[in-house]
Ligand binder design. Structure first.
Ligand code: ADP
Ligand code: MG
Length: 367
């Protein structure tokens, strides 16, 4: 983990453990978030994202470990501080207040002047297409509308630390992009420290300065979207980001060479170094669909013959399912639309795009 200068840390989780009824939900979580950083927590449902956010907000106490905000240990079960706003996954709106009152309440409590409140709320209501609903009660709103109110309430507070738990999950696609842009604009304008939870890898890539990928209560990797995508720490990370998923194929390291489907593949210097001195072993070879190059004729060395089993035409590109010898299939993305179903094509992989994972530890051999 990269150590960050203490003065630059807004938020820190140190050896945090959370168990419910003796069942560990968060196991040893360490994370440092910089001031003004947009940090995304990404992971499958049930991996502990909401729990982590509730711990940061002070709504729950860790079973072990510390949560430090601006260098100070958060008291266990301390009430969420004025410095923190949170958008809850289940909205948590006040049922007896109108949309406008829901948005206004926290600002009033924090003694924001009336003119300023009105100005902020008018803009937020308009951005989130809620102006026409401002006098309704939450019970009179759809799920997507309630979620927009919850998001608006968090945005209005402009607190130094802003926690968002899947805030766009129930919002229609067009409005979701608009809301996403608005979150980004506000972050740029106000420099808030943001912790944003999502299970959607595209949303994570679009928003995060850095992404912390979680699985089963553990952080798998914390890095920039670019490094997460191109240099994943392990198989889980490689497979969780990217559509269609990265191809994972069985390869062998034999007598200092990489073998795939009976032909040698070149190793990058980094891979050669990581494997130097190691014995023969099976490796998992990862190659993203856009890096599988499809040719009509054998091209380059080595080229693997494959049958075109399926073509999905997305207009902008085609997604191919290709069958290699035996029962190995892989996916490729191509913009070359003269590929025909049930014909033979020839595949090459650029060595710099090949990832290799240790078969037992599932770690990227270069990490
Ligand atoms: P995520 O937000 O990533 O979907 P959560 O943090 O909500 O995951 O939950 C992680 C795990 O902890 C789940 O298995 C969930 O059932 C369990 N869990 C969450 N809250 C409680 C609770 N209050 N009591 C018992 N188990 C809980
Ligand atoms: Mg959740």
């Amino acid at each position: 983990m990269i150590e960050i200068d203490t003065n630059e840390i807004a938020l820190e989780l140190k050896d945090v453990v959370k168990t419910y009824h003796k069942v560990p939900v968060i196991t040893q979580l360490n994370l440092q978030i910089k001031k003004g950083e947009f940090m995304v927590l990404l992971g499958p449902s049930g991996c502990g994202k909401s729990t982590t956010l509730r711990l940061i907000a002070g709504l729950e106490a860790p079973t072990a470990g510390e949560i430090r905000i601006a260098g100070t240990n958060r008291q266990s079960h301390a009430k969420a501080s004025d410095d923190i706003a949170m958008v809850f996954q289940d909205y948590a709106l006040y049922p007896n207040m109108t949309v406008y009152q829901n948005l206004d309440y926290a600002l009033k409590v924090h003694k924001v002047a009336k003119a300023e409140r009105q100005q902020r709320l008018t803009k937020i209501l308009a951005t989130l297409n809620l102006t026409a609903y401002q006098d309704r009660l939450p019970g009179q709103l759809s799920g997507g509308q309630k979620q927009r109110v919850a998001l608006g309430r968090g945005l209005a507070k402009k607190s130094p630390i802003f926690l968002l738990d899947e805030p766009l999950s129930n919002i229609d696609v067009q409005l979701r992009e608009k809301a996403r842009d608005e979150i980004q604009n506000l972050h740029q304008a106000n420099g808030q420290t943001i912790v944003y939870v999502t299970h959607d890898h595209l949303e994570a890539m679009a928003l995060g300065d850095r992404i912390a990928i979680m699985n089963a209560g553990k952080i798998q990797m914390v890095d920039t979207p670019d490094n997460i995508y191109n240099h994943p720490a392990n198989l889980f990370v490689a497979q969780f980001v990217g559509t269609p998923q990265i191809n994972i194929l069985a390869a062998q390291y034999q007598q200092g060479k990489l073998q795939f489907q009976g032909q040698p593949l070149p190793l990058t210097p980094g891979q050669a170094q990581a494997l130097a001195g190691q014995g023969d072993q099976g490796l998992d070879l990862g190659i993203r669909p856009e890096h599988v190059l499809v040719h009509g004729q054998p091209a380059g060395q080595p080229a693997y013959p494959a049958q075109v089993a399926q073509i999905i035409d997305y207009g902008r590109y085609q997604q191919l399912t290709l069958a290699l010898n035996g029962d190995t299939t892989l996916k490729a993305i191509t913009t070359n639309n003269d590929v025909t179903k049930d014909t033979t094509v020839y595949l090459t992989f650029a060595p710099k795009h090949i990832l290799l994972f240790d078969h037992s530890s599932q770690k990227n051999i270069e990490k």
